[in-house]
Design a binder for this molecule. Structure first.
Ligand code: MN
Length: 205
């Protein structure tokens, strides 16, 4: 695994292809309160590009990264994209699309379990143990530790492989269209989160 750390934006000469794994690290779980600190990107190889943001007013202004996230010709793979999409919408001002979410795919394909965490998926589908020990660390620090960088990178390195495995299961169970409809709706779900309906099921009675 090779980690490239960039400050403030993705360099213009980095080409990550048409299917890009994306993850974010923030100061916490409240999107409007807890700033976006880091975005991790991977093209499906063993290289991770990490873009670090110092504290600044929003929108941050990262034109190369924003163009990539908004590019309709590039599919962005997330795990629990609902959180990451809200963070990039709030802090970068970008509507990220089109998207694929391995957590949604897992919930729709793997109905035999309620374990849909990223570490659960990599363990069962890929035989890889992911460490989650740095998950709650200080992502706003001036210097990120080697452990933090390795953890952040590991969160995007397996998403392409997980997507491949989950797509096979979705097709086998006849649920690929349902999953795709959910991916297509995810941006609207995020708009509801940010607009004041964060924990309301608008479809409920
Ligand atoms: Mn992460």
């Amino acid at each position: 695994m090779t980690i490239h750390l960039h400050e403030g934006d993705l360099p213009a000469d980095v080409d990550l292809g048409d299917v890009i794994a994306v993850d974010t690290e923030t100061m916490g779980l409240a999107t409007a309160r807890d700033r976006l600190c880091l975005i991790q990107l991977c093209a499906g190889d063993d290289e991770a590009h990490l873009v670090r943001f110092p504290r600044r007013d929003r929108p941050y202004g990262a034109p190369n990264l924003v163009a990539l996230l908004a590019d309709p010709g590039r599919l962005k793979i997330f795990h629990f994209g609902r959180f990451d999409l809200a963070a990039v919408k709030h802090w970068l001002g970008v509507d990220c699309a089109p998207v694929y979410c391995t957590k949604i795919a897992s919930r729709i394909a793997r109905t035999y379990t309620d374990r849909h965490g990223l570490a659960d998926l990599t363990r069962e589908l890929l035989g890889i143990e992911l460490s989650k020990t740095q998950q709650s660390s200080d992502w706003g620090a001036d210097q990120l530790t080697e452990a933090q960088l390795g953890y952040a990178a590991s969160d995007v390195l397996h998403l392409h492989a997980l997507k491949a495995r989950l797509d096979v299961m979705l097709a086998r169970e006849g649920r690929a269209d349902l999953a795709q409809a959910c991916f297509d709706f995810l941006g609207h779900r995020v708009a509801l989160d940010l607009g004041g309906w964060p924990e309301v099921d608008i479809f409920s009675h």
